[in-house]
Design a protein around this ligand. Sequence first.
Ligand SMILES: [Zn+2]
Ligand SMILES: [Zn+2]
Length: 375
Amino acid sequence: MKKRLILFLLASTLLALGACGYKVPVLPDESSQSIASASESTSAESISAESTSAESTSAESSQPEAEAKELKVHYIDVWQGDSAFIELPDGKCMLIDSGEYEYAGRVISLIDCLGYKKLDYVIVTHPHTDHMGGMQRVIENFKIGEIYMPEAVGDTGAFINLLEAIDNMGLSINIAKSGVEIPLSSGAKARFVAPVAIVEDLNNCSAMLHLSYGERSFLFTGDAEILEEETVTDNIDCDVLKVGHHGSYTSSGNAFLKKASPEIAVISCGKGNDYGHPHSDALKRLEKAGVKKIYRTDLLGNITVATNGKTLETVYGIKPSGYKWVLNIGSKKLHAAECDSAIEMKESNKAYSKRSLKELQELGYTLCGSCKPQE
Ligand SMILES: [Zn+2]
Ligand SMILES: [Zn+2]
């Protein structure tokens, strides 16, 4: 199914572009649960990202192996967009969305500086660029395990580029839809609760993921609006809700929030965004539903919620640290951190890395001739 799905999505996208319209894909009803177990996974040797503000008790910067096993969700500040990076208790990791093209460096830097070299699971919730515009750049900077996407076709160059990159890398796509489980280990469980159906509005094709560990659970909603929320019949009870569609009034309906009954809500949106997200109607509904804490990336930057299966701890302001190199993810040049070219580099092309020169060269980076980086 996999190669065919990519080709089909690509062909559908090109057709849709040619017709200047949106085309709903009709795919043969094949089983989508073809999930090969990920091969060797890179564990996070150390967490060296530093946090500037702590909202709860425990410190955030030690060796994950030395701690009780934890699951950590980093809601990355990608301005007006979504990106969540998840450290799983078995040392593997998952990325849900990447934000826009110009924020890919933020996502790459955080993951790299947390010590990961491979993304075991990549989820694209839906083909809007504030969720997948940077995904091509992100996946080209890591080894990749499994990719999950809904059967929804985008009509942007970014979406075509992503499909082509997936194809060129010899990767395949697993369909994300209601009922599909991602087989995780160490007691973590992940299950898509939506989309139930593919509809014309891409927001309402969003892959929604329910992730649990021990007694705690997280719900990721993409840009699902009330229309899609109403189709969900699966269990969505959660402790931490990634609020749908950046806190828009079109999402977070009362019935959905009642079923989800989150204690913590995280809103991913950009400071001063044109849409006025988050909307006051959605905030009021969250409060009415009994949400105790609302965290917003526009106010706090990166937000991390960690659980050992029992407790929940929230830390915000984590930044990449401990890096040796500055990468130009556009030109694929690698610089020492103090190189003039690194200092002058456009933020949108910049990523920080602590990986070995050899690993980065294998990803296509060439060494700057003026600063001549050395280990
Ligand atoms: Zn969207
Ligand atoms: Zn969005």
